[in-house]
Design a protein around this ligand. Sequence first.
Ligand SMILES: [Zn+2]
Length: 392
Amino acid sequence: MSTLITGISELLTNDPAIGEGVGRIKSAALLIENGVVAWTGPAATAPPADSVIDVGGRAVFPGFVDSHSHLVFGGDRVDEFVARMAGQTYAAGGIKSTVAATREASDDDLRVRTAKLVAEMLRQGTTTVEIKSGYGLTVQDEARSLRIAAEFTSETTYLGAHVVPAGLAADEYVGLVTGDMLKACAPHAKWIDVFCERGAFDADQARAVLTAGKAVGLGLRIHANQLGPGPGVRLGCELGAAAVDHVTYIDDEDISALAQTGTVATLLPGVEFSTKHPYPDARRLLDAGVVVALASDCNPGSCFTSSLAFCITLAVREMGLTPDQAIWAATAGGARALRRTDVGHLGVGAQANFVVLDAPAAAYLAYRPGVPLVRDVWSAGRQRIGPGSSLG
Ligand SMILES: [Zn+2]
């Protein structure tokens, strides 16, 4: 069974074989077979197919790959946000109220809430999402968060080292995170992550966490240099992390470590927006040849957006990326940050995950900020959102 999507005003493939950057094809068509991309090119030269769908002169681009989110949690922190907007500064300690609410929530409550956020993401064009634990902070609660996350994605990340829970010394807690908690969580996780920041975990503790995860086969990621300069970026690069995330306060040494190792720098501009911190210097990273990803960091404390279109808007308006660079970072960049070659692009053989935008050009994502332009979303060759979709 093959389906030809035609009438595409511009198709962004992110396929280097087609062109630099986003691999743009004008007046394009895309052929899907068995859930994967079988062909892309000018509509005039499209091969025959069992069925044909004409999208009427709209832009099509790969489904977003959101490589950083925290979706399994109880409660919310709207009061904290309101206070912050009234002038209070943000510190990492607010996490503790979410930890209490998450521990209190039932499995079903957490499952329903996570499902709602994943569905919200899909409606906005996100077809691949990474989900972290990190609001349980006990052996049972971290393992439970990861079991629930794994119901929604294969990209699950064990973040027991999110913050030191009340009543424990930091080194004592790191012993738990690298011992019994790791044992309980590793079967449900693909990645391990640590919040390396003043007020969270220092370089030695972060190294202990990542090294223990690596020893049991988990891939490495790190929250680093969000609130101030620090050792996190260089530590992530040294240990072979797939991505270092935030990267807001960095120096030349950090940038050359990223460029030399190929570790992805994941920028989370929704956080800077929601905490009134300065944005990371994305241009400096790109000019140095660093691979940049954009992700939501969707979480109840520092940034509660699930919209990668919003993050693209911020990257373009506040961080100097071109729309093409920002869209690439939220698709192919996210895939690199998860070391995935089957998503984030529409080259032949890729999963047929794509968005039909109700606009003639993908740049409308930033040109029309805040407007819900995503019309159709396809995942693995099935239409999930839009007219005629299985979910409606
Ligand atoms: Zn985060």
